[in-house]
Ligand binder design. Structure first.
Ligand code: ATP
Length: 331
């Protein structure tokens, strides 16, 4: 069952083509992430699904029904915005119940339902407070409860964790994913954070300049990127070109080798050797920059109490044959 379909969608803002012929199918119950750098068109795509933006060309379907020309309220979707967009003059319960009030549901019933939703997002007992009396993470949960109260078949989330500090962000990632699985609602999630996309999604669509460069499961996108852009945007990447690619990658035009797939070891059987040109400490691991003559390789070394590898020191590098992924597409 398809929850959302985009068919050859184009959005022009004057001379700027924000979305350039995007086709996409999102399955019912899927956690689908639109990932890409700033300005790549992900928010515009989300707004197309929500009905806040009409396409210059192409069609939008929700649950198989053509909604291209329908207003937001006539679609079976709801949106959680990055700034939460809560009503400051209403208390939390009325904020959450807002969608039911608009539909004409009686006060007692909608308040009871709002309290259930606050329970669901683990915020019981705050119904009387104003949004300004809550922390950022709590406001985020209220926004989520408000968007879920109408039981939409699709929930759209536009960088919903962007304003939270790292620790809270990680906690909310886990909670959001668990909630999505429990409710079975289709989530379409926008982020520019690759870690967030990799850890939460069933599938990811990677955007670049208004186009979808690749759609796939997190492991596909990370291990088998279709283009140079995807390889570099999703994770740290050694992209090997030219003579080095021919040597290390069986004649490929370009190849990807992730830093964590390279191991420092003995000289015997090494695939490459070079000098440590730099080291960046990240706590759990150190990223070495190793100068191998015609190629400079980033190498991640786990920090397990071993002495630091000094700059200028010669190291021998090993990797499994399947660590090399040829990339033929992209600029
Ligand atoms: P971000 O992560 O910064 O939100 P994004 O990937 O979501 O970026 P969009 O907001 O979809 O990107 O924008 C895509 C392109 O369209 C950008 O070049 C942007 O400047 C342009 N754009 C978006 N909205 C409008 C608008 N209302 N009028 C004119 N240009 C717009």
């Amino acid at each position: 069952m398809r929850a959302v379909t985009l068919e050859e969608v184009v959005v022009d803002f004057g001379s700027v083509r924000a979305v350039d012929g995007v086709s996409l199918e999102i399955a019912s119950g899927e956690f689908f992430t639109l990932l890409g750098p700033s300005g790549s068109g992900k928010t515009t795509c989300l707004r197309l699904i929500g009905g806040f933006q009409y396409p210059s060309a192409g069609r939008v379907r929700i649950g198989g029904r053509d909604v291209t020309q329908l207003a937001p309220y006539a679609r079976d979707v709801n949106t959680v915005f990055q700034d939460y967009a809560l009503f400051p003059h209403m208390n939390v319960r009325d904020n959450v119940a807002y969608g039911l009030m608009v539909r004409g549901m009686g006060k007692a019933e909608r308040h009871a339902r709002a309290d259930e939703l606050l329970e669901l997002v683990r915020l019981p007992g705050v119904g009387e407070r104003r949004p300004s009396q809550l922390s950022g993470g709590q406001r985020q949960r209220v926004a989520l409860a408000r968007a879920l109260i109408n039981q939409p078949s699709v929930l759209l989330l536009d960088e919903p964790l962007g304003a939270l500090d790292l620790k809270l962000r990680e906690q909310m990632q886990t909670e959001l994913k668990a909630l999505q699985q429990r409710l079975g609602i289709t989530f379409v999630f926008v982020t520019h954070d690759q870690h967030e996309a990799l850890s939460m999604s069933d599938r990811i669509g990677v955007f670049n300049r208004g186009r979808l460069e690749q759609v796939g499961a997190p492991r596909d996108v990370y291990d088998r990127p279709a283009t140079r852009f995807v390889a570099e945007f999703v994770g740290a990447a050694n992209l090997i070109d030219g003579d080095a690619a021919r040597r290390y990658a069986d004649g490929a035009r370009c190849a990807l080798l992730r830093p964590e797939r390279i191991r420092v070891g003995a000289g015997d059987g090494a695939r490459a050797s070079g000098q440590v040109a730099g080291a960046q400490y990240y706590g759990a691991f150190t990223r070495l920059s190793v100068d191998c003559g015609d190629v400079q390789l980033a190498v991640d070394v786990a920090n397990a109490g071993d002495p630091e590898l000094a700059r200028g020191r010669t190291v021998h590098l090993h990797w499994q044959a399947d660590a090399i992924h040829p990339i033929e597409a992209g600029e």
